[in-house]
Design a protein around this ligand. Structure first.
Ligand code: NAG
Ligand code: NAG
Ligand code: NAG
Ligand code: NAG
Ligand code: NAG
Length: 414
């Protein structure tokens, strides 16, 4: 418990202090009063409450809306707040002209991609952005209304024309400035949490059940097999058994309407998801298969626990909200599997090639250790057998060294 649980607890514990690691862009295309005043609030890190890491991005460098959208999709920023060009001029012109068509929401646009990590976006990115926008915009609107009323009521006169025009466009006073939220990658299907988070635990447990069943069945066959056939059996069974298992797992997701057409066609998305689940099961299951050789079925549950927790902990939150310790997660199967699933279901930016690479790497390592451990355990068993035999059969009895030598010879023959 003390080796594993702190990893899970720890992953969740430090996120509020690390919110400042979340990159956020502020793009001031307006360059006038609205854009500048709002930036004063966004950049004020001494204000109470949590702060994202707001960066003032040069509007020319940021480029068009397309470029900003792409940057957010490429995970360069969690959120981009764009104060549109001429926002200040447009507002004051609408006020003086009584423009009933003025839409306050056109002044600011907020881009974010919820499916990049729905917990981080829902718990931190959106609440913090909305809170700072509400505070800064309402403060600006109040000050700006005050200035305008002072302007149209000079001294004791009241500019009747201006008041008349203002009554045609009350939205230029309240709210005066507002914003439009653009969710570039909505997390449309809550059931997707099953495959991006908790489902991976079930997947590991399925491979564990397979490993235990396989180990129990093997005991009967093992004494009748040569080492090469035995190794063959050990490797081939998981590779075949995980095909129907991962297919069933993916079919459950299909039945509950997960959007496999998020990025590719529905058919391709389904097959890819199946392939990734299969690779993920192999990456997780073969490491159990390798370790059960050393630990034996008696102690393998402890390894299962370590495997699950160390794999799942880094996927709970994005790397920015985890202590640097959890950087290992990027090389672990579940983190990569979960990223790949997001890519398939929600079209988030994912490097599928790298994910396959990580999985295949793990599978290869597990196959290698499985062969090594099996060979080693066979050698030990044989040595023990020979020793027993030599004790029972006095004619075979020699010094311990002789027995070991005979064992090595026998092992070589095998
Ligand atoms: C930043 O916020 C603090 C606390 O609200 C306030 O006292 C301070 O005047 C602000 N600074 C600026 C530059 O707005
Ligand atoms: C902003 O105002 C300038 C000068 O009035 C004008 O040239 C430009 O086209 C305007 N831009 C937008 C997007 O309205
Ligand atoms: C009254 O307001 C209108 C519209 O804002 C403006 O055109 C006009 O010059 C103002 N008149 C005075 C006397 O300020
Ligand atoms: C997925 O996102 C890319 C850009 O990141 C876009 O070009 C493509 O059209 C999207 N695919 C779907 C099916 O929405
Ligand atoms: C999988 O892990 C690698 C190695 O850290 C990382 O670079 C890659 O982005 C991960 N895959 C995905 C799909 O995010």
């Amino acid at each position: 418990m003390w080796i594993t649980l702190p990893v899970f607890w720890g992953a969740l514990a430090s996120s509020p202090q690390l919110v400042g690691n979340l990159q956020a862009w502020y793009i001031n295309r307006d360059g006038a009063r609205i854009g500048n005043t709002l930036w004063d609030t966004f950049s004020n890190t001494s204000a109470p409450g949590a702060h994202l890491s707001w960066a003032l991005v040069d509007p020319v460098a940021a480029g068009t809306n397309e470029d900003i959208i792409n940057a957010v999709l490429q995970n360069q920023a969690w959120v981009a707040v764009v104060v549109e060009a001429n926002a200040t001029t447009k507002l004051s012109r609408a006020r003086t002209n009584g423009d009933a068509n003025y839409d306050p929401r056109t002044a600011i646009t907020v881009y974010y991609a919820q499916a990049r990590q729905e917990t981080a976006v829902g718990n931190y990115v959106l609440p913090i952005t909305t809170q700072i926008l509400t505070a800064s915009v309402s403060a600006y609107a109040t000050a700006s209304a005050q200035r305008y009323f002072a302007q149209i009521t000079p001294g004791t006169d009241v500019n009747q024309t201006a008041v008349q025009l203002l009554s045609q466009a009350p939205q230029t006073i309240s709210p005066a400035v507002s914003w439009t939220m653009v969710n570039l990658r909505p997390y449309t299907t809550p059931a997707a949490q099953a495959v991006t988070l908790v489902g991976n635990i079930f997947l590991t447990i399925f491979t564990f059940i397979m490993t235990m069943a396989h180990a129990a069945a093997r005991v009967i066959l093992a004494p009748r097999l040569r080492l090469s056939s035995y190794l063959c059996l050990r490797l081939v069974v998981p590779f075949i058994a995980y095909i129907p298992l991962s297919m069933s797992y993916t079919l459950v997701s299909l039945a509950f309407g997960l959007p496999f057409d998020g990025r590719f066609s529905a058919a391709r998305g389904f097959l890819l998801a199946f392939m990734f689940n299969y690779l993920g099961m192999l990456a997780l299951g073969l490491s159990l298969e390798a370790m059960i050789t050393l630990l034996t079925p008696k102690f393998i549950p402890y390894f299962l626990f370590i495997l699950i927790i160390y794999n799942v902990a880094p996927t709970l939150l994005p790397p920015e909200l985890l202590s640097p310790f959890f950087a290992y997660g990027e090389g672990f199967p579940i983190w990569n599997l979960s990223q790949a699933m997001r890519g398939i279901l929600f079209n988030t930016t994912t490097d599928f090639g790298q994910t396959v690479g990580v999985m295949v790497g793990w599978i290869s390592v597990s196959c290698g250790t499985l062969v090594l451990f099996t060979w080693w355990m066979r050698r030990r068993e044989l040595a023990a057998l020979l020793q027993d035999a030599s004790i029972a059969e006095p004619s075979l009895r020699g010094s311990r060294g002789d027995v070991a030598e005979v064992a090595v010879e026998e092992t070589k023959k095998v």
